[in-house]
Write a protein that binds this ligand. Structure first.
Ligand SMILES: C[S@@+](CC[C@H](N)C(=O)[O-])C[C@H]1O[C@@H](n2cnc3c(N)ncnc32)[C@H](O)[C@@H]1O
Length: 196
């Protein structure tokens, strides 16, 4: 089943109906850098809206037209201006935004890709994050007992992300104190610095 099929048929059990609590905490604590932001695989856009409301002009990227429609509907309902929150309907692997981003937020996107695609994910991140920018990965689901090859979501650990990002270094990391219900203890927030 394609992502668009899942969206059209309402098979979106990943959709928690609001921003990642770890993102809300990170914004409150000024843990994330300022500047323009990108949310990969943004779905309905809750994380985009949270970043936009923190003052960051933010782009959400998703390849599913139904997700993009839902994003636009929610953006309008929230009264957020397109200058602050917009959705790009495109494939992460081929999209050319014509710019780089100060912050890229990745949650429930890397883990949605088959593990064999992670090196491509990492390569794309090196094209999307500005030289002085940061990639923020909310690593999830850290599920040690789950089969590694079954998903989405595919189990994901910090060492998997590090392996996909050769040359990148950890600028900061923390364990969130709050998560969506059922995801507690399975998340780690890491800020990655691109290679120089
Ligand atoms: C597991 S969902 C997570 C959505 C959202 N981040 C959330 O937590 O509610 C993954 C999203 O990534 C999108 N997606 C999957 N592969 C993609 C690709 N190659 N390029 C752009 N979006 C993609 C899907 O359409 C889907 O909306």
């Amino acid at each position: 089943m394609s992502w668009e099929d899942a969206w059209r048929e309402g098979r979106t059990r990943w959709d928690a109906g609001g921003p990642a609590p770890a993102l809300v905490e990170a914004l409150r604590d000024e843990f994330l850098p300022s500047g323009n932001a990108l949310v990969t695989g943004c779905g309905s856009g809750y994380d985009v809206f949270a970043l936009a409301e923190s003052g960051r002009s933010t782009t959400g990227l998703d390849m599913a037209p139904t997700a993009a429609k839902r994003f636009e509907q929610l953006r309008r309902e929230r009264g957020i201006q397109p200058a602050m929150a917009r959705v790009a309907l495109a494939d992460f692997f081929t999209w050319n935004p014509g710019r780089r981003f100060d912050v890229v937020w990745d949650y429930t996107f890397c883990c949605a890709l088959p593990p064999s695609q992670r090196h491509r994910w990492g390569y794309r991140m090196s094209e999307l994050v500005a030289p002085e920018g940061r990639l923020a990965t909310l690593v999830f689901p850290m599920a040690p007992d789950a089969p590694r090859d079954q998903g989405p979501p595919f189990p994901l650990f910090p060492e998997d992300v590090a392996a996909a990002l050769p040359g990148w270094t950890v600028a900061e990391e923390r364990t969130p104190t709050t998560s969506h219900p059922g995801r507690e203890g399975m998340e780690r927030l890491i800020l990655w610095r691109p290679p120089t």
